[in-house]
Structures are given as structure tokens and as C-alpha cells.
Ligand binder design. Structure first.
Ligand code: FAD
Length: 308
């Protein structure tokens, strides 16, 4: 039986002990590209900075998992050192690497932890299952004790008060980077930025962080607001029906006149399924800048928009 050199190289070393590993791995070929995998031995110093403080691939063990609604699974992975933080910065995510069904080609997808950046000993993910989706199906099949390979990736770098107002526009599971940023901004006493979240979902049941966002609204009145658009609202739904539109964003205080009143320093971050991102931020123009879409209709310039 043929042996996958990448898998056979990774697995025995990772299984040998629960700690990280200091080996630079050769390449993993995936479709059109080559993925260079670097496995590092985690020194005490690296642990004190956090498991993902520097670039490297680390195998983490799944500690527990539970379904939180019809398609969303909450997974907790143990860090190699129970006293270490993740070392992730605001904002960043983790790449997950798997070889579903014993295949040769790695599947690599980003996920943004929903655990706090300061939490020690674990990271937690919320993963939505897309029928037929390669990584989400694998993530939903993992059992406690199973291992998965992770590496950090940087997202939008936020520093306190970088902008006066941040508009977070999310679709479906694209909410997790927005959750990380909302808590990072509001949880920092030095940061005075206002945050407006607009989240588009399919059904009312898909609003899986409802309590957490409601708590932020209560704790930070006038600074944090969450608005939901539900494509197929159930009877008695309190939320706007349909997709995220210019009218909905105006109602959330993101219209041109409202922005002018507050000085115009508004940054918009967008994360969601490709069709939703296109409708909101248009097609990706030169240098990845947004071009067209609902935000352009409202007068936002490409420089004001970041897509995860
Ligand atoms: C910065 C960042 C952070 C992310 N964080 C999370 C997170 O915390 N939790 C989470 O569940 N997902 C998150 N995602 C999305 C995640 O990376 C994958 O795209 C998603 O899990 C689907 O991967 P898959 O391999 O299962 O599907 P694939 O095999 O890639 O796709 C199969 C089919 O699923 C559908 N599909 C794929 N991706 C999406 C999508 N994003 N929305 C709608 N339909 C889709 C498409 O119809 C596609 O044809 C994040 C994405 C980014 C860019």
C-alpha cells in the first residue's frame, strides 16, 4: 500500500508525545500549490508567549465537542501547555490541516477561535457544517482524543482607537472574526472605538452567539450594537427579514449622513460566504480592494473596507 510521505512524516512524530515538534516538514501538495509545513519544538519560552505566538504547525488534541444548534459544533482543543495562552493577536485565526478519508492532499481552512485570547490551556472553535464541505465535515467527525494540525494566521491588525467606529458585517459562520474583534475592542479599557455589528443569517436558529452579543449590548450601551438580518425568519422573529441591504445598514447608523456627523472615521470589516461578500463589498478590484456593492452605494471608499 502506498505511503503518503507528508502524512507518515507528520503523524508518528505528532503522536509520539503531546508536545510540539521541532522538525521542518517538506511540502504538502494541494491542488494547485505546495504547502510547506513547519513543525516546531515548543520551548518553555515559546509557551510563555503562547502556543501560536510564532509561526509553526502544532498538533492539538480534541478535548470535547458538542452540537450547539442544527449545524454548528463547538470544539475545544487542548494546548500542549495547560498554562499557555494561544498567543494569537487581534485579529488572527488558525489554519487547520487535515487529510480526510486517508487522502494524500491536505485540506487547509481557516477558523477564528471563539475562546478569549487570554484563555489558558485551550482554544475553542465553532464550526458550521456545510454538506459536502471537506473540512467542516472532517471537523464534525472528530471525537475527543483525536488530533488536528493547526498553524496561526494573521487577520486584520487592530490597535486601540485605530478608528472611531468599526462596522462589522458578517454572513453565517463569518461571525467568528467579528466576535473576536468586538470582544477585543470592548474588553480593552484604553479603547474607545464604537462597534456596530450587522449579521446576516439564514434562520433565527443560526444566531448562535445571541446571548453573548446581547450581554455586550447591555454592558456597552451606546458603544456596541448588534443588528440581525434573517433570510428566512420564523414566525414571531424580531429581526429584519431578508439579506443585508443599504437600507438595513442605514437603519443601523451606517448611512452617509450619520457617518458625517461622527467625523467619517468608520472602518468596515466584511466576512461571509463569497456571494454575500460580493453583494456587500463588490468584486475584488486592483490590489484586493473592494469595488462596487452595497457599501459603495452608501459612499464607502475601498480604503475603508477590509475583507477577511
Ligand atoms: C478568516 C476566516 C475565519 C473563518 N472562521 C470560521 C469559523 O470560525 N467557523 C466556521 O464554521 N467557518 C469559518 N470560516 C469558513 C471556513 O474557513 C471554511 O470556508 C468552511 O468551514 C467551509 O469549508 P469546507 O472545507 O467544509 O467546505 P468546502 O469543501 O471548501 O466547500 C464545499 C461547499 O460548501 C459551501 N461553502 C464553503 N464555504 C462556505 C462559506 N464560508 N459559506 C457558505 N458556504 C460555503 C460551498 O457551497 C462549497 O461549494 C472562516 C473563514 C475565514 C476566511
Amino acid at each position: 500500500m502506498p505511503v503518503n510521505p507528508v502524512r507518515s512524516f507528520l503523524r508518528p512524530g505528532l503522536a509520539a508525545n503531546g508536545m510540539s515538534i521541532s522538525v521542518v516538514v517538506a511540502a504538502a501538495v494541494a491542488g494547485v500549490g505546495v504547502y510547506s509545513l513547519y513543525l516546531r519544538r515548543t520551548s518553555n519560552n515559546a509557551e510563555s508567549k503562547g502556543t501560536f505566538a510564532s509561526f509553526g504547525f502544532t498538533s492539538l488534541r480534541l478535548q470535547s465537542a458538542e452540537m450547539v444548534n442544527h449545524n454548528m459544533r463547538h470544539l475545544r482543543f487542548e494546548l500542549p501547555d495547560p498554562n499557555a495562552k494561544s498567543g494569537l493577536s487581534l485579529t488572527s485565526a488558525v489554519l487547520t490541516i487535515s487529510f480526510p478519508n486517508g487522502g494524500w492532499i491536505p485540506v487547509i481552512r481557516p477558523y477564528t477561535p471563539v475562546s478569549e485570547l487570554d484563555d489558558k490551556g485551550y482554544i475553542e472553535l465553532m464550526v458550521k457544517h456545510y454538506p459536502g464541505g471537506k473540512q467542516s465535515t472532517h471537523m464534525h467527525s472528530l471525537q475527543p482524543g483525536d488530533k488536528l494540525i493547526f498553524a496561526p494566521i494573521k487577520g486584520y491588525a487592530w490597535t486601540p482607537n485605530k478608528h472611531a467606529h468599526v462596522a462589522l458585517i458578517a454572513g453565517g459562520a463569518g461571525i467568528t472574526p467579528m466576535y473576536q474583534l468586538s470582544r477585543g475592542i470592548l474588553g480593552n479599557p484604553e479603547d474607545r472605538a464604537r462597534v456596530t455589528l450587522v449579521w446576516g443569517v439564514n434562520t433565527d436558529d443560526d444566531i448562535f452567539l445571541r446571548d453573548e452579543f446581547a450581554a455586550l449590548e447591555r454592558k456597552f450601551p451606546g458603544r456596541f450594537k448588534a443588528v440581525y438580518a434573517v433570510a428566512e425568519p420564523g414566525p414571531g422573529s424580531k429581526h429584519a427579514a431578508g439579506f443585508i441591504t443599504a437600507k438595513l445598514l442605514e437603519g443601523a447608523g451606517l448611512g452617509a449622513a450619520e457617518r458625517e456627523k461622527e467625523g467619517g472615521d468608520v472602518k468596515v470589516l466584511v466576512c461571509g460566504p463569497p456571494p454575500m461578500e460580493k453583494a456587500i463589498a463588490g468584486t475584488k478590484g486592483w490590489g484586493g480592494k473592494a469595488n462596487g456593492g452595497v457599501l459603495a452605494e452608501l459612499g464607502f471608499t475601498p480604503d475603508q473596507i477590509h475583507r477577511f
